[in-house]
Design a protein around this ligand. Structure first.
Ligand code: NA7
Length: 540
């Protein structure tokens, strides 16, 4: 049980814990489990009314994994692995939310989670070495350790269109989708955005709506998902080979069951290359990206060879050549923005009730009481869906008033882009950890290793009697320089607008938000930092 500290101003006493975890998604649930296992008193605060994080909030039609289901589930409980049956190879949101609820129940995690609890501020008290947390409802709590498991894509972004509040119909952001089914029958619907979310949503609702208008700014290279049901035999095979599956995904570049081909694109003769591309294209999931020639991520000419292959695949699927050309990406290399996986996405544009508006030709000027007004015309709608993405990685942190030593806020410190060491801690913010998987890596496998690193670090501090830990500023500077150098050598930095670089949000500083290191190399750096006795950190 937590203890309480009596305030002097008559307010409710602040609850006392060893550790506070913000967020009950994939990382937060596991962090809670591991810290509790360590014997700490832990409180988890979750904004939603249930567990699941991404899989709680993003309940729009068509939402599903882009990772293989058997590679996404937690790897740390053999019992859980044996009990859970994935129904589809790329499991849908309802199942994913069910899975995380199952985990919460199985490990009795709910008793330490407070739902509908949004953390407003977190202030480090240098005298007590404790974090003082305030929730939006006025409740307060204190803990030695604060772990933000707030997700890398959780701070939703809605463009500040003029007149947005005036719209008389219904409007939704895809990441705050209602729990009740939205009735689209016969309605005039707008979707703004064509990222991974919209690409999953559009083909699901197109047959249901009266008319759908898609407002596209940047077309993407969308690749077929090729989802299918898991057969009993596949299920049996997975359950018999999880240790092997997990060994494999811990060794691949991005923690999935794909690995880049060691050959260089132009070392392979053209005919053989095309046959290889065709073969990749028939395979499910990210195979076309992550089992491709390795130099497509570093060599622009190699990348262009495959980009053109994908463009032709798009052209072949869209009947109207004018629409097809609008859907073909030409201003960024394949993989410099997240590759959406799709099922019947391009075919949606062959329907009579679906229209595409290129907002680069005619930008959206405003939202009106009736609909959307571009520089060319006004469109009337009953429903507007904002599939406009997230203030990725940093947004969920800078929206909380987090203050470290000397009262410095994370927002001020990161005004020109995030500054951290290993993505785990930021100098000047002792005992504050970020359990956010911003590595270019399958969510769960990397999230688990991050949670385990934080847990080991806290164990080390308690064993050795340290009260605070924070990275040395010069180590943080060197890490940031290193990450930027690695990113500069990849195609990550090439897209005009991508959440990888924060360039999807007007005014957000352009910075490397997604760690460009291969997952194995990133985890090795984290392990090395611990193995040298946390020498890169100030321990007091
Ligand atoms: P994304 O991938 O950031 O996509 C957001 C979309 O919204 C994208 O097409 C944007 O165009 C578009 N957008 C943003 N602002 C505007 C304005 N002002 N006008 C028109 N269109 C706009 O978010 P998602 O939710 O699809 O996916 C996020 C991640 O979730 C995904 O990568 C997966 O990892 C899971 P842009 O491309 O910026 O030109």
């Amino acid at each position: 049980m937590p203890s309480s500290q009596q305030p002097t101003n008559g307010a409710e006493p602040a609850e006392q814990y060893d550790a506070i975890v913000i967020g009950a998604g994939v990382s937060g649930l596991y962090q809670l489990y591991r810290l509790r296992e360590l014997g700490l008193s832990v409180r988890c605060y979750e904004d939603g009314s249930g567990v699941g994080g991404t899989w709680y909030w993003n309940r729009y039609p068509g939402c599903r994994f882009d990772s293989e289901s058997e590679a996404y589930g937690y790897s740390w409980s053999e019992e859980l692995l044996q009990e859970w049956d994935w129904k589809e190879h790329y499991s849908g949101q309802p199942e994913n939310e069910k899975y995380l609820n199952y985990v919460a129940d199985k490990f009795d995690l709910r008793k330490d989670i407070q739902f509908n609890a949004r953390v407003e501020s977190a202030v480090y008290n240098e005298e007590t070495d404790r974090w003082e947390i305030a929730l939006e409802n006025g409740q307060r709590a204190q803990a030695q350790f604060l772990i933000a498991a707030v997700g890398l894509l959780s701070a939703r972004y809605t463009p500040p269109f003029e007149g947005i509040e005036s719209f008389r119909g219904e409007s939704f952001h895809t990441s705050r989708w209602p729990k009740e089914k939205v009735d689209f029958a016969g309605k005039r619907v707008a979707v703004i955005g064509t990222g991974a979310t919209a690409v999953q949503l559009i083909p699901e609702i197109a047959p249901e709506v009266g008319h759908l208008t898609v407002f596209q700014r940047t077309p993407n290279y969308c690749a077929p998902c090729r989802n299918s049901e898991v057969t009993p035999e596949e299920q049996r095979q997975w359950k018999a080979s999880y240790p092997e599956i997990h060994r494999q995904i811990r060794e691949t570049t991005v923690g999935l069951r794909h690995e880049f081909d060691p050959r260089k694109t132009f070392d392979v003769p053209q005919e053989e290359r095309l046959a290889f591309y065709e073969e990749l294209w028939t395979k499910p999931g990210f195979t076309k990206w992550l089992s491709n020639f390795h130099d497509i991520m570093t060599d622009l000419d190699a990348n262009e060879d495959f980009s053109e292959f994908v463009r032709n695949k798009i052209r072949a699927r869209v009947k109207d050549p004018v629409v097809a050309e609008k859907l073909v990406p030409k201003d960024h290399p394949f993989g410099s923005k997240r590759i959406p996986l799709e099922t019947n996405y391009y075919e949606a544009y062959n329907r009579d009730n679906v229209a595409l508006v290129d907002v680069r030709e005619a930008p959206i000027e405003s939202i009106t009481p009736n609909g959307v007004k571009t520089t060319e015309q006004e469109y009337a709608f009953d429903v507007i869906i904002y599939a406009t993405g997230f203030d990725a990685v940093t947004g969920a942190l800078t929206r909380i008033d987090i203050r470290g030593q000397g009262g410095q806020t994370i927002k001020d410190k990161w005004a020109a882009g995030p500054r951290n060491y290993l993505g785990l801690q930021s100098a000047g913010f002792p005992n504050f950890f970020m359990a956010i998987n911003s590595a270019f890596c399958n969510y769960t496998v990397c999230a688990e290793s991050i949670v385990e690193w934080i847990t080991d670090c806290i164990r080390h501090m308690r064993d050795k009697g340290f009260r605070r830990i924070a990275p040395k500023p010069q180590v943080e500077d060197a890490w940031m320089a290193y990450i930027n150098k690695v990113a500069a050598g990849s195609i990550f930095t090439q897209a005009k607008s991508a959440w990888f670089m924060g360039t999807n949000i007007p005014g957000k500083p352009r910075a490397v938000l997604l760690n460009p290191l291969p997952a194995l190399a990133y985890r090795a750096k984290c392990a090395e930092a611990a193995a040298k006795g946390y020498a890169d950190f100030v321990l007091q």
